[in-house]
Design a protein around this ligand. Structure first.
Ligand code: COA
Length: 173
């Protein structure tokens, strides 16, 4: 049984395991979902992504987790916290990606809000970030919805492209 991290009214957030490769591939190998990441992943990139999350769980106790529907157990997306470079800092970032057929149901906002609370209450971070490509309006709306506000921009080099990103954050100040 994969470790349950948190649950909300409609969602269960749990650690992934190698048996999640198929539902994960359906998300990461979809160009429409992976636009902000420079396009769909290959099968090898999908496996490397899953391995990276498993390493993060082992090393830090957190990472990107599976988001599943309480009603059916279906894995519909990913949400979680990873450590990311921001200027000369390494900061905890809330990330989220969902299968296209499940968009516009409020799932990303519900999962991300729960991750924000988990990050503060359980992982004791005073501030959490979301670093979002400037053209990714949907993701920016999720960040606003969970109480984050923009504090600056950075340029990231990812998969051969330079992309401007807005840095959102929320914290206890
Ligand atoms: C970003 C993403 C996770 C949003 O998922 P979702 O479950 O559809 O989002 P929600 O239903 O929780 O919507 C949250 C808010 O975003 C808005 N929104 C969602 N999709 C939108 C879109 N395509 N365009 C504009 N607004 C959008 C909703 O209207 C809602 O706004 P509100 O707070 O004003 O009501 C989803 O589009 C996705 O997986 N995108 C691809 C991966 C990605 O870009 N991840 C983020 C990388 S930084």
């Amino acid at each position: 049984m994969d470790r349950l991290v948190l649950s909300t009214a409609r969602l269960m957030v749990r650690e992934m395991s190698p048996s999640d490769l198929l539902p994960l591939a359906a998300i990461l190998q979809d160009d429409g979902v992976m636009y902000a990441y420079g396009g769909a992943f290959s099968a090898a990139e999908t496996e490397a992504w899953l391995d990276k999350q498993l390493r993060r769980y082992a090393e830090l106790g957190f990472g990107l987790w599976a988001v599943c529907l309480n009603d059916t157990g279906e894995m519909i997306g990913q949400c979680g916290i990873t450590m990311q470079e921001y200027n000369d800092l390494t900061v905890p970032e809330i990330g989220y990606l969902f299968a296209r057929r499940h968009w516009h149901n409020g799932y990303a906002a519900e999962a991300a809000m729960a991750c924000r609370c988990y990050g503060m209450a359980n992982l004791h971070f005073n501030r959490l970030y979301s670093i979002i490509r400037i053209t990714n309006v949907a993701s920016q709306k999720v960040a606003f919805r969970i109480g984050m506000r923009p504090e600056g921009t950075i340029v990231r080099h990812y998969r051969g492209q330079y992309m401007r990103h807005i840095v959102f954050s929320a914290g206890i100040d």
